[in-house]
Design a protein around this ligand. Structure first.
Ligand SMILES: [Fe+2]
Ligand SMILES: [Fe+2]
Length: 151
């Protein structure tokens, strides 16, 4: 893959993680269950780490990574707007699920890039986190874990 194309793709991936971060912030304001909140906070940290890991890659390639991401994109942005209108935990988790599906799709694609092993390693590691996020959120919705703890 040409460097120019790779940079563009990495930046898109990074933007998705940034969208996720914003979405998680909104979600955290709207979830009461402490255990669930802690888990979501851990996932938020993963996304933050993903953003830094991609910045590091861009720096390795001799580029200056963007420090701000003014134009949010994609499902996560819709998710953020949706989350603002929600009060129930289930709705918030469903909005996060949508965003995580998109993130997982993007990382799945990135995982197939023919790139330097060091870059591939970071993408695979981030992707592993994303799979964990989606899996947890899906199960949380299915089992309504926040309800179980109320009783
Ligand atoms: Fe992420
Ligand atoms: Fe995620």
């Amino acid at each position: 893959m040409e460097q120019k194309e790779l940079v563009k793709k990495l930046e898109t991936l990074q933007k998705t993680d940034y969208d996720a971060l914003q979405s998680y912030d909104k979600a955290l304001e709207r979830i009461d269950d402490d255990e669930l909140k802690n888990q979501i906070l851990q996932f938020r940290k993963d996304h933050e780490r993903h953003i830094y890991s991609i910045s590091d890659l861009l720096r390795t390639m001799g580029l200056t990574p963007s420090s701000s991401f003014p134009d949010l994109k994609g499902v996560f942005l819709q998710g953020i707007t949706a989350i603002e209108g929600l009060s129930g935990t289930e709705g918030v988790l469903k909005a996060l699920e949508k965003g995580e599906i998109m993130t997982n799709d993007e990382y799945a694609e990135a995982d197939t890039w023919f790139v330097d092993p060091k870059i591939h390693e970071i993408i695979t590691s981030n992707y592993k986190d994303e799979k964990k996020h989606l899996n947890f959120i899906r199960n949380a919705i299915k089992d309504k874990i926040w309800e179980k703890r109320d009783h």
